[in-house]
Design a protein around this ligand. Sequence first.
Ligand code: K7E
Ligand code: CUA
Length: 660
Amino acid sequence: MLALAGAFLLMAQYSCKPKNAGNAVSGDAASKAYVAPGKYDEFYNFVSGGFSGQMSVYGIPSGRLLRVIPVFSVDPQSGYGYSEETKPMLNTSHGFIPWDDLHHVEMSLTDGSPDGRWVFGNGNNTPRVARLDLKTFRTAEILELPNSAGNHSSPFATENTEYIVAGTRFSVPMDNSNGDVPINTYRQNFRGTVSFIKVDPTSGNMSIGFQLRTPGVNFDLSHAGKGKSHDWFFFSTYNTEQANTLLEVNASQRDKDFIMAVNWKKAEDLVKQGKGKKESVKYAHNVYDEKTHSSTSKIENEVTVLDVKDFPDIVYFIPCPKSPHGCDVDPTGEYIVGSGKLAALLPVFSFDKIQKAIAAKDFIGEYDGIPVIRYEAALYGEVEKPGLGPLHTEFDGKGNAITTFFVSSEIVKWNVKDLKIIDRQPTYYSPGHLCIPGGDTKKPYGKYVIVYNKITKDRYLPTGPELNQSAQLFDITGDKMQLILDFPTIGEPHYAQAVPADLVKNNSLRLFDINANANPYVSKGEKETKVVRNGKRVDIYITSIRSHFTPDNIEGIKMGDDVYWHVTNLEQDWDVPHGFAVKGAQNAELLIMPGETQTLKWSPEKPGIYPFYCTDFCSALHQEMQGYIRVSPAGSNVPLTFSTGTNMPKDTVSVTPMGK
Ligand code: K7E
Ligand code: CUA
């Protein structure tokens, strides 16, 4: 989205930004967003963190921040990406990568509705898709995508999560070809890729089912069909000009780019018939195992590819004005809305008409071997003068759509059948995505729309040059949309989804069973703690329980040692994590949940006494939850010892009574 800003600058001069942000919220609004202390919100709202690489969870309607879940970026607060157990989650074919850019969240679906099991998120920069488990609110799996660059049109689910689909933003030379080519040979050497990731219905485990090789265009967004269009997937494209420089101008030449319609069922059948070609590529597949509390990273070597040139009856292009961004399918599966960022109207395509046009071969020609359907033959109708800079559309479940307009800084509600505008409300400022609970599913829950604005300006107390992005909550139960709450967000939110709280909250795990802990370095009780030297490697098996570590006195570490602190939290009680930090660790803390084991690697830089302590206030004696480790010079003969409560002081000082 930030990349769009340049293109919008020109148009922004003509924009009609609301002049007075002051009195937008009226009297009864506050009560609509009010959730009394101790009461729960109605909806969980899963919000992408954009360049923070994380996903955050808010309660709606209160706007309370419930949690930030680390996904693609390291998180010093929890030790994610710092602990030995979680480092493999961020492994890629490019090595360890501590950051990414997460734009879209997608909840797993059963029969077209969220089932509350998993949330998927995309890594834009180093193409990856993550699966988060809603039992633990943790990242359970990350799959890298080969032949891709800028995994933006991702991750979007088919109606039963048969596939999570991911379209590449950049077309690039394929991984198994020589990529060392002049940049201006785009036309000859750059191709597009759309990945269909299979999701195991029981475990959720992801694997690349197949990839479609497409003409070299940019894929922006996508959505699966629904109901009658179940077998189809729709992608918005831009840069059908195939420009490789100054895209702001050169990729905005054509009057129309395309919506790409893909019959994924047919593609799947072709792959089942063995029509796909196996290609050798490299990509990482990282899985977190809840039993061992550890992750593994495996490099995969092969992917199955169908070149759509060879199978033109699975892919069709539909002209769509002009550099479309959002590509949204209504709850019935009949209407497909393409939001041309630079278009002055909003085209709505008809699935039935697309099918008829395909059957009648009502094409205007072909683009790189792919049939291009005649615009009017696919079009249901156009929303006239909707606003400037349309980006994204969601549906309220009552036959209406709501679309964001970046340039004219507003949301517009319109009827999907008669394409008439019902209401428009200003947003502050320049909205990107929006989210109606269930708003891209078969059965939207409606009630609210949350709008994620790109520009904050004067909405909150100033905080220097950088302001947090701003979300705005509207009540949409009436014809008029009513602004009821503003709240700042983390990172740059793009897409978000929301579901009724009950779908998720009743399955939420409260602790890990210590008896089921299969981490190889677990200590299931204080008796199992130990310190083991193996050459220059020292493994410390240490436990935490309110309010001490076992052991808490350790001697015999030597310079040059690599020390692995395997901390097991022995608590079996909800919401009693212990933290662990040791002075000089070039790392982050560990935050260990009840019943869990996590490992911090530490290589001391000089001899001395190093305190370690619990970082999470866990009891009245939390501040006493501390210990010491002694580091001696390399050749020292200090024996390896460890204990808690027995290494008593050689001498102490007490208060000498006055006058003695
Ligand atoms: Cu519109 Cu990356 Cu979905 Cu941002 S994207 S807004
Ligand atoms: Cu354990 Cu504080």
